[in-house]
Design a protein around this ligand. Structure first.
Ligand code: NAD
Length: 302
């Protein structure tokens, strides 16, 4: 079987070694148009868009392997229509993301980017910019799957007052086991000191956090998005930051990547990272190796 690797630099070499060891023919480039007809599997990362027109170019395609969690770059319906199996690596980088989220919470509350900016501009600490502690805060989760679960577990050691979660697909008992109280979205927004997003991007969640929802948040709340750009309306978030209603934000993901909105750079109380949530040594390897292992299990039983 012939594999075509997209975003080859981004795929951990161990995953490619496993494919080769199992006798698969792996290529990162196509030699001719003819060659497209022989490709039976893709291995992709985050930025290859699997569209119906791309699928049309590959009539023999049977598998799409996505190294990572989110499938927002794959047209699942078009794949299903062609009988193409889509395989990802759920949970593989969840620990990497959850560690970063806890780090963001502390950085935002202690206003670390603001303090750093003060020093850079020749200043020193000021009472005006004093930060606060995670202890006794109310933390709100929007989506509480693999990453949400690991994050709430880590938060247990911080003496959090309450963890609230809006996740319409998880029941009260499951969320309780994840140390969270099941709530409606508006309640999470109204009560939380810090809000963190851990849900997929799809038609239902695009612009879920817009100006109406941001208006419900406590004045001075902080917001963290390591899930997908587009779930928070960026224009509305900029407005809430400008007015000071939102005291700080940490954004790892953007509506447009890598060409993100540069206005965010103007805010010293905003932490911006280039989609590195799952991008640790360990997460990077696990994403690629696990998707190949998941594929092999399916391939061997077919
Ligand atoms: P997951 O599938 O384990 O959990 C997602 C949760 O969101 C589920 O519990 C689901 O019930 C819930 N959900 C679905 N629709 C919802 C809605 N409308 N409102 C509220 N909750 C909803 O996924 P995960 O591994 O926890 O990943 C969460 C997000 O993080 C995904 O968008 C994923 O793409 C993203 N992610 C980003 C990075 C990064 O590098 N920044 C890395 C890994 C994952």
């Amino acid at each position: 079987m012939k594999f075509l690797i997209f975003e080859g630099q981004e795929i951990h070499p161990k995953a490619i070694q496993i494919l080769k060891k199992n006798g698969f023919n792996v290529q990162t480039e196509l030699s001719s148009t003819e060659n497209k007809k022989e490709i039976e599997a893709f291995l992709i990362r985050s930025y290859t868009k699997i569209t119906p027109s791309l699928l049309d170019e590959y009539p023999a395609l049977k598998y799409v392997l996505r190294a990572g969690v989110g499938l927002d770059n794959v047209d699942a319906k078009a794949c299903e229509k062609r009988g193409i199996k889509v395989i990802n690596s759920p949970g593989s980088n969840a620990n990497a993301v959850s560690e970063l989220v806890v780090c963001f919470m502390i950085l935002l509350l202690r206003r670390i980017p603001v303090q750093m900016n003060l020093l850079r501009n020749g200043g020193w600490r000021s009472k005006k910019e004093i930060g606060s502690e995670l202890k006794n805060k109310i933390v709100g989760f929007i989506g509480c799957g693999a990453i949400g679960k690991l994050t709430t577990e880590k938060l247990l050691n911080f003496g959090i007052k309450e963890i609230l979660a809006f996740d319409p697909y998880l029941d009260k008992t499951t969320l309780k086991k994840r140390h969270a109280v099941k709530c409606e979205l508006d309640e999470v927004l109204k009560k939380s000191d810090i809000i963190t997003l851990h849900l997929p991007l799809n038609n239902e969640t695009h612009n879920l956090i817009n100006k109406d929802k941001l208006a419900l948040t406590k004045k001075g709340a902080c917001i963290i998005n390591t899930s997908r750009g587009g779930i928070i309306n960026e224009e509305d978030l900029l407005t809430a930051l400008k007015s000071g209603h939102i005291a700080g934000a940490a954004l790892d993901v953007f509506e447009n990547e890598p060409d993100f909105r540069k206005e965010f750079l103007e805010f010293p109380n905003v932490i911006l990272t280039p989609h590195i949530g799952g991008f640790s040594e360990e997460g990077d390897e696990a994403m690629a190796v696990q998707v190949v292992e998941n594929f092999l299990k399916i391939y061997k039983t077919n």
